[in-house]
Design a protein around this ligand. Structure first.
Ligand code: CDT
Length: 309
């Protein structure tokens, strides 16, 4: 009996400084794509906001600077070479980027681009962390709620080659609903990128747990929903903010089968057994047989002594 397998790669990036030109950054992505092709990868996952520094980490006063971080089309003139490389190498990729729409709406977006260079699926980040306004005294900001709208495309899935793919972005990975909705829609592989500070200014007690909680979230999501997860970091010290690495490929068993060792540009590649998804979904996580949503009662009314006092 043949198994369905796929070779996937997490293409971790080190910091992208403000001073880097788009062509400089794109050249790094293309280099990783070429290395992935050499290793036999069919799908490469780049980080969240892979083309720019993670600008929500500071207040951008200058409108021209702010607009320079968004892509108005994909491929844009600045990113076309990456799409051409994918077509030549016959490698698909997932790219996180800041999106500006034709009617001037702004989203934190990821696109799935197939091996012919066509965008076949798009996801706009739903769980935006951080704040609308500057937090005085914080060592760095997270102004995602200022620079992006909440994604309006829901959690969709896309059939591609021999599997079904779902996308998520950074903070989405911490929320159980992300994986469950994607799993219920049939996703076997979740691809996500992240920019995660090594410390959390408003929850310092978790500072030593950042790497642990990063993997915990994705491993739990993978296991509890019987899916593969590829998580890719933008790592290292970017514009003064230290970001974690730890890019991973995680099996439906919840096990990490490959992980990054550095905080720089690094490729993490593995051949994955897609049938493992069905083996787990036929048994422990047979949603049809064991899941009981009709018994969960109302989830819309929190207990009066709920989670915020
Ligand atoms: N980019 C992004 O979503 N970052 C958030 C920071 C929150 S800190 C707990 C993340 O979830 O990694």
């Amino acid at each position: 009996m043949t198994t369905r397998s796929l070779t996937v790669a997490a293409a971790q990036l080190g910091p992208v400084p403000k001073s880097a030109s788009r062509p400089d950054t794109l050249a790094r992505l293309i280099k990783l794509l070429e290395a992935a092709a050499t290793e036999g990868a069919q799908l490469v996952v780049f980080p969240e906001a892979a083309l720019t520094p993670f600008f929500p980490h500071w207040l951008v006063d200058d409108d021209n600077e702010l607009l320079s971080y968004y892509e108005q089309s994909l491929p844009s003139p600045d990113t076309r070479e990456l799409f051409d490389a994918a077509r030549e190498l016959r490698v698909a990729f997932v790219l996180g980027y800041a999106e500006r729409t034709d009617d001037d709406r702004y989203f934190n977006t990821a696109a799935l681009v197939d091996e012919t260079g066509d965008v076949i699926h798009r996801y706009r980040k739903i769980h935006l962390p951080g704040f609308q306004s500057v937090q005085d005294g914080a060592p760095f900001q997270n102004l995602e709620k200022r620079y992006f709208e909440v994604g309006d495309l829901g959690f969709g899935v896309q059939s591609w080659r021999n599997t079904t793919i779902g996308l998520a972005i950074c903070n989405d990975r911490r929320w159980a609903e992300t994986y469950r909705v994607l799993a219920l829609k049939g996703a076997e592989l979740v691809c996500l990128g992240y920019n995660t500070p090594a410390s959390t200014p408003h929850l310092t007690e978790s500072n030593d747990l950042t790497d642990f909680q990063n993997h915990l979230s994705m491993q739990a999501g993978a296991y509890q929903n019987s899916m593969w997860v590829v998580g890719t970091a933008k790592a290292g010290i970017e514009e003064g903010v230290a970001q974690i690495g730890g890019s991973v490929i995680i099996a439906p068993s919840g096990e990490i089968i490959a992980t990054a060792r550095t905080l720089g540009d690094e490729l993490v590649t593995a051949e994955i057994d897609l049938d493992m998804v069905m083996r787990y979904r036929r048994d422990v996580f047979n949603f049809e047989q064991h899941r009981r949503p009709e018994h969960y009662k109302s989830i819309t009314e929190p207990h009066p002594r709920g989670n915020t006092r």
